[in-house]
Write a protein that binds this ligand. Structure first.
Ligand code: SAM
Ligand code: SF4
Length: 432
């Protein structure tokens, strides 16, 4: 979502004559768009600002802006800790950035942290999304009303807001005109998308089926979804949509019902397994990935073993796992942490289990031809980059004419994260 936001900020500041530069030592304005989900990301912001201050020591000081969720959560505290920062601007206020830059006074500090999501999107809808990547993000929903005990999102992104259905379709059509061939619909709770227009309720499934009709669009994905909002109509899309990819990132966080309850996740492991089975029944090709938090306060060996057993039962691919990080202001931050050495050991164990599934899955692809959407040529290399149906990176020998196209690539080699191969000319000819 930060990548999407950053591009929309670029689109906004273009109107006052500011452009993206690679000349990092001579910028007029330095903007850091930030994430607050774990403590590490916050500390990185201060490290980076320190580097900027050092780099500009003998130069004219740029306007230094921190935007995004760290700005929202820490606001004036950030400026107190690091006076080199001029402006902090939360994720729902960045539509006001032009006015602030234009009226900037170096003797003043500025702080904008209101939740004005609707105003923001109304403003952005008037500015064309200039994104022109083969695979592009498109935010459809923001914020969260679920308040999982560990999570800062409801406090930093604010309440759930769904963008108007028509605006999203217009933005998608514009992206496709720019050259996009895959759209990744985004939201902190993307499957909670609900837009009411007169009598009709538009849901994520309606969006997917409408996007299906855009001829040049080849692939649709969405992230991140919550098990509670995996409704039947959405599950049905894994059979009815021609372009929805057979891969779902559906975080469960823990395989223990006790921990899920403590996390205020509002669903049980059984519910997750039910969704898994339903989707597999509708389309057996669908693969799952998840997020896991290990070392949550109160997690015992037995709770962690429940998570490991779930990982063995559902052969997740491309998953993420983290040690619980206490976030200020969240209910979980007041709980007694578990021994960090135990948490680290658990992380290593779960990651090795997840990685071994991933490796086995990738190994099974050697010598087969898989469908890849070609995204770009790699810099300084005669190789191309694309992704398979399940979002794995594929690097292969190809040609410029394939960029933006679906091609078959014969896999010759793999590692855990990447598949390597070359264009399968025979299969491509047959498919054409
Ligand atoms: N809305 C999604 C859901 O409910 O599954 C998740 C969105 S959250 C922005 C992304 C992931 O960050 C979560 O799934 C969780 O695993 C991880 N995360 C969030 N807060 C965390 C914390 N305090 N410590 C460790 N990981 C955290
Ligand atoms: Fe955070 Fe997701 Fe829970 Fe919302 S549903 S509070 S975004 S983890």
């Amino acid at each position: 979502m930060n990548e999407y936001d950053t591009n929309r900020i670029y689109d906004t500041v273009k109107n006052i004559g500011y452009f993206k530069t690679n000349d990092h030592l001579n910028a007029d304005c330095y903007l850091l768009n930030t994430c607050h989900i774990r403590d590490k990301s916050k500390e990185k912001v201060f490290d980076e600002i320190g580097r900027v201050r050092k780099n500009y020591k003998n130069k004219r000081k740029p306007i230094v802006i921190v935007s995004g969720c760290v700005a929202q959560a820490e606001s004036c505290e950030m400026i107190k800790r690091e006076p080199y920062i001029d402006i902090v601007i939360g994720p729902q206020s960045y539509h006001k950035i032009n006015k602030i830059i234009e009226n900037f006074n170096s003797k003043k500090k500025y702080e904008l942290t209101e939740f004005e999501t609707e105003d923001k999107f109304n403003y952005l809808d008037k500015i064309k999304n200039s994104y022109s990547k083969i695979s592009s993000f498109l935010t459809i929903q923001e914020g969260c009303d679920k308040f999982c005990s560990f999570c800062v999102v409801p406090y930093t992104r604010g309440p759930e807001y769904s963008r108007p259905f028509k605006r999203i379709i217009e933005e998608a059509e514009n992206l496709v005109k720019n050259g996009t061939r895959e759209i990744i619909l985004l939201g902190q709770n993307v499957n909670a998308y609900l837009y009411k227009d007169n009598e009709k309720n538009f849901k994520l499934s309606d969006l997917i089926l409408e996007l299906d009709k855009i001829k040049e669009l080849k692939r649709i994905r969405y992230t991140t979804s919550h098990p509670k909002d995996m409704t039947e109509d959405l599950i049905e899309c894994y059979s009815s949509s021609k372009k929805l990819m057979p891969f779902i990132h559906l975080p469960i966080q823990s395989g223990s019902n006790k921990i899920l309850k403590l996390m205020n996740r509002n669903h049980k492991v059984e519910k997750y397994l039910e969704i898994y089975k339903l989707i597999k029944k509708i389309n057996n090709n669908v693969e799952f990935s998840s997020d896991f938090i290990v070392g949550y306060p109160g997690e015992t060996d037995s709770d962690f073993n429940d998570t490991l057993n779930l990982v063995k039962e559902i052969k997740f691919i491309n998953s993420y796992s983290f040690i619980f990080s206490a976030r200020p202001g969240t209910p979980a931050s007041k709980l007694k942490p578990i021994d960090q050495e135990v948490a680290k050991k658990r992380l290593i164990l779960i990651q090795s289990n997840l990685e071994s599934h991933q490796l086995k899955k990738n190994e099974s692809l050697i010598d087969s031809s898989i469908e890849v959407l070609v995204e770009n040529k790699l810099q300084n290399q005669n190789k191309y980059f694309g992704r398979n149906l399940f979002l794995n990176s594929v690097i292969f020998d190809g040609e410029d004419k394939y960029v933006g196209k679906l091609v078959y690539v014969k896999i010759k080699n793999i590692n855990r994260n990447t598949l390597f191969g070359k264009i399968d000319e025979n299969k491509n000819m047959r498919a054409a």
